[in-house]
Design a protein around this ligand. Sequence first.
Ligand SMILES: [Zn+2]
Length: 343
Amino acid sequence: MKTLLPTSTAGSLPKPSWLAEPEKLWSPWKLQNEELIEGKKDALSLSLYDQLRAGIDIVSDGEQTRQHFVTTFIEHLSGVDFEKRETVRIRNRYDASVPTVVGEVARQQPVFVEDARFLRQLTKQPIKWALPGPMTMIDTLYDAHYKSREKLAWEFAKILNQEAKELEAAGVDIIQFDEPAFNVFFDEVNDWGVAALERAIEGLKCETAVHICYGYGIKANTDWKKTLGSEWRQYEEAFPKLQTSNIDIISLECHNSRVPMELLELIRGKKVMVGAIDVATSAIETPEEVASTLRQALRFVDADKLYPSTNCGMTPLSRRVANGKLNALSAGAEIIRRELSGK
Ligand SMILES: [Zn+2]
């Protein structure tokens, strides 16, 4: 990427109200069959347009074709029974009724590859594509088959690798794995979590990223954040291992969070997508607020490795707010670009 401080989003953007009920996670589709297929494509185009209009450099599909960042991928796999449900605790935070792994998991056909090809046709800008990470995937399921979190994660890593290779062939420039679970299961991250991620990126020539955050701005997450105290040092656990991993980019929540910025020193040398937009509030940041967060990050991240981004996905926000935040991100990055070039 030649642009200094290339901007991007963590992933999801709000869907238009004719496609799904806005400001809601797991929002059901409003269309069906052929209309739904066409509607998703139109929403993807619209989402791209919103990003381009805001001046975002690395664009995405806004996750317009998926209902949820983890579930939609798993729905396309065999070996998981969505009718057979068990209640489990997600990320040690809240109980949810989840599908059951009933046999060997496998990817029978590509999941997002057609969507990626479609996006590739629409723009020459670099494209980033988000997939769920292996550890976050196993954390949304009840496993009645492998009976080992590590083994199931490893199987998912192999499946993700198949998908990632086809996304790369479709012209995706950066493949990102969403691993909010890395902020929770520290022992597992170090024992096998990062290794599973490296299995997922095996053989890829495109750039790779891992997104680790404190979650969408939903109540279960904001309540959890209140219990974390004055300093959020969770990143400290995974960073040393990630610093020595093959992952190119690490995407983080920074703005309005209690993450001590100096923790970024632990991943010095990696590219860092610095979350400079808070997704847990509808208040739109000023460009100067964005710039202030980026300035702090620049103390620990070299300028050529700093990628301004959002803390997390923006699905639960209104389109008006999300677009305002995209504009603020662009304008904030531009302030710092000017400062760095001495103009
Ligand atoms: Zn996130």
